[in-house]
Design a protein around this ligand. Structure first.
Ligand SMILES: [Zn+2]
Length: 309
């Protein structure tokens, strides 16, 4: 089982492709939660996309894709950091009923009010500095359609995405047209038909072949005539960044009154991480210490605090 990201540069066509094939890392996401199959499929596609988009991060930190849905799925989150450590989670509506054949639109854009946000969160953000966030309405009938529309409107980059996932594998292929050499004269002549030819090649890819083929083999099969430059292969992995310290900061933002309420009903406040299921337990003494240690704490640096259970 491998978790591989491979980047190819098509110099003459001014294009770049990322290929990702996630097995072990994706299965850790799957095993952390028992999501219905249609939900799992959409989440896997989002995880593959976030891994490919984070490959272009120019700072140390994380890229987070959030889809806020108006159907049975209320929130989908896939996060990948600049070391290709990834995690993901889903929040379903309380009474969600998910038919076996539910598609992307049924799940997150039932009334056309779903939105997609991409958040860039540098690790060493200054106090008070908000992460960068771009938001677009959900478009089309898939995660790929929505992200292509996002890239087109926010980055002005022509992008073609192919995303597939099942219980075992999350796979992605992203082709992007790059700005042409920024004034530097290339040693090779620009190939104006390159984009059309490359998109035609990736459109031949079938779901089953995509899910069952590692990135090196797939790159050879699809692009052997194009002679791309291959950058070093990178390994992705599951990584949750939750910690007792971050949970403590989140509890401070809830305020002493809310914690007192919770502690009047139970001897401890229990917090479970939505991404990895880690459990954090705080006694009354622990909670009191949080407020005395950081009386004017501004709150959590984590844009996605865990849930109070
Ligand atoms: Zn966690």
């Amino acid at each position: 089982m491998t978790d591989t990201l491979r980047t190819l540069i098509f110099d003459q066509s001014s294009c770049r492709a990322h290929l990702v094939h996630l097995s072990k890392a994706w299965q850790q996401v799957v095993n952390n939660n028992d999501y219905p199959r249609p939900v799992q499929k959409v989440l896997g596609e989002l995880v593959a996309a976030s891994t490919m988009l984070s490959a272009s991060l120019k700072f140390e930190g994380s890229l987070i894709i959030q889809i806020q849905g108006d159907g049975p799925i209320r929130l989908l989150v896939a996060e990948c950091n600049s070391r290709l450590g990834l995690r993901a989670t889903v929040k379903l509506a309380e009474d969600a009923k998910i038919p076996e054949n539910a598609d992307f639109k049924d799940l997150v854009n039932a009334t056309g009010k779903g939105i997609c946000a991409i958040i860039l969160d540098p690790r060493n953000r200054l106090p008070g500095q908000a992460p960068y966030q771009g938001i677009v309405p959900l478009a089309g009938t898939s995660v790929a359609d929505s992200l292509e529309a996002y890239m087109h409107s926010s980055e002005q980059l022509e992008t073609r995405l192919i995303l597939n996932s099942d219980h075992n594998t999350a796979a992605g292929l992203m082709l992007q047209q790059m700005p042409q050499h920024g004034g530097v004269v290339s040693s090779k002549a620009f190939d104006a038909d390159g984009w059309d030819r490359l998109t035609a090649l990736i459109n031949t890819l079938q779901t089953e072949e995509h899910l069952s083929t590692e990135t090196d083999e797939l790159a050879k099969r699809l692009f052997w005539e194009e002679d791309p430059d291959g950058l070093a292969e990178r390994q992705a992995h599951f990584e949750c960044t939750c910690s007792r310290e971050k949970v403590g900061k989140m509890l401070v933002t809830l305020g002493q009154a809310e914690l007192d309420d919770a502690l009047s009903e139970n001897p401890t406040v229990e917090i479970q991480c939505d991404f990895c299921n880690a459990n954090y337990s705080f006694t009354r003494a622990d909670c009191n210490a949080l407020f005395t240690e950081s009386p004017d704490n501004e709150g959590s640096q984590d844009p996605l605090p865990p849930t109070l259970h």
